[in-house]
Design a protein around this ligand. Structure first.
Ligand code: KG4
Ligand code: ZN
Length: 344
């Protein structure tokens, strides 16, 4: 019965979780409010806040789990991708603790965490999980990918964004509309009151399973510039319709390529993951598509959509079972492309 402590510090949330096998015993988060006033994550401030949060967050995770450090079998941490200064805090803390208690260190790829979040079990809660191979639509603030997951630790990226991530498109739209950061949750809320057929924005025309979100963002920028030039109150008077229309277009783009991937691969097991998978319209529309197409669909619990250490812990468990431990001279990896390179 392996007991694993997992630490996640790739962006602006400090999180620690304890798992006993697949069962989650605790999952503590400290979100960093300091970035709101800047309209986005300020890397320098994120590292400092992680440094302040990490010890209390880890202590609380152990307390809530009713586990002492001596009972831990391994210490897991997010090695990347993410902000380097943020990753360094979690990596260094995990190394220090691993040395102190003489238990192995396990590195985890953050993206794999989002993909495998469906395997986290919660005591007393009904559990469903995808069968392999399944397709993962991974939608976050930093990444947008369609991944064929062959096994816990074996996956293949079938499509990815050639420019912005879909979460970035949500966040940039919110910034243009003066709605603050992070933008996804606000747009999600306002879109519910709007008419999604009010406006249309330029859709990308990219071959295969890749995505692009920079064109639609620019289309929104020019649209707002032109409309505001004609009517200075345009933005204020149309905010909810713009949110609903822009969100609909983003979801159309996401679903189009996912449907294509399912057709091309013949795979009907589909999992959604990443921060944007909290979006209520995306959850609704992917469920409708799933029903129509006979998919066996898996939506993560809301608390496992945005960054959390529980998902790092579940990947760590599968690495632990394979004896995939990490040496002490390991360094964090900022870019996803570099991560894939070393894991080949
Ligand atoms: O997975 P995540 O927490 O961090 C990364 O790994 O990037 O994703 C954060 C992203 C942000 O862009 C945020 O705006 C978006 O997830 N997000 C949402 C919603 N909740 C969070 N986007 C749309 N609708 C939401 N409800
Ligand atoms: Zn993430």
């Amino acid at each position: 019965m392996a007991i694993i402590l997992a630490i996640e510090s790739s962006c602006d949330d400090t999180s620690a979780a304890v798992l006993r096998e697949e069962y989650l015993l605790s999952n503590v988060m400290a979100s960093q409010e300091v970035h709101r006033q800047y309209g986005g994550v300020v890397p320098e401030l994120a590292s400092r806040a992680h440094q302040q949060n990490i010890l209390p967050v880890v202590s609380q995770a152990l307390d809530q789990a009713g586990v002492t450090v001596e009972q831990l079998d391994a210490i897991a941490f997010t090695r990347g991708p993410g902000l380097l200064g943020s990753l360094l805090v979690g990596t260094s803390f995990a190394k220090g603790l691993s040395i102190a208690i003489g238990k192995p260190l396990i590195e985890v790829n953050h993206l794999q965490g989002h993909m495998l979040s469906h395997f986290i079990r919660v005591d007393g809660r009904e559990h469903r999980e995808p069968h392999f191979p399944f397709l993962s639509l991974l939608v976050s603030g930093g990444h947008t990918q369609i991944v064929r997951v062959n096994d816990y630790l074996d996956y293949e990226v079938l499509g990815y964004t050639i420019d912005d991530a879909v979460g970035e498109a949500f966040d940039k739209c919110a910034k243009l509309l003066g709605l603050g950061y992070p933008g996804g949750p606000v747009i999600d809320r306002l879109a519910k009151e709007g008419d999604s057929s009010a406006f249309r924005f330029a859709k990308p025309n990219i071959a295969g399973l890749n995505y692009s979100f920079s064109g639609i963002k620019t289309s929104l920028l020019y649209f707002l510039r032109d409309e505001i030039a004609k009517d200075p109150d345009f933005l204020e008077n149309n905010k909810v319709d713009i949110c609903a229309s822009f969100q609909k277009d983003l979801i159309d783009i996401l679903l189009k390529k996912l449907i294509l991937a399912a057709k091309q691969t013949g795979i009907k097991e589909i999992g959604l993951g990443g921060g944007v998978s909290a979006n209520s319209e995306l959850r609704e529309r992917i469920s409708l598509e799933g029903k129509k197409r006979g998919w066996n669909l898996f939506l993560p619990e809301l608390r496992f959509t945005t960054d959390n250490a529980a998902m790092i812990g579940i990947v760590a468990l599968y690495r632990y079972r394979e004896g995939l431990f990490t040496p002490m001279d390991v360094a964090p990896i900022s870019r996803a492309a570099d991560y894939y390179q070393i894991n080949k």
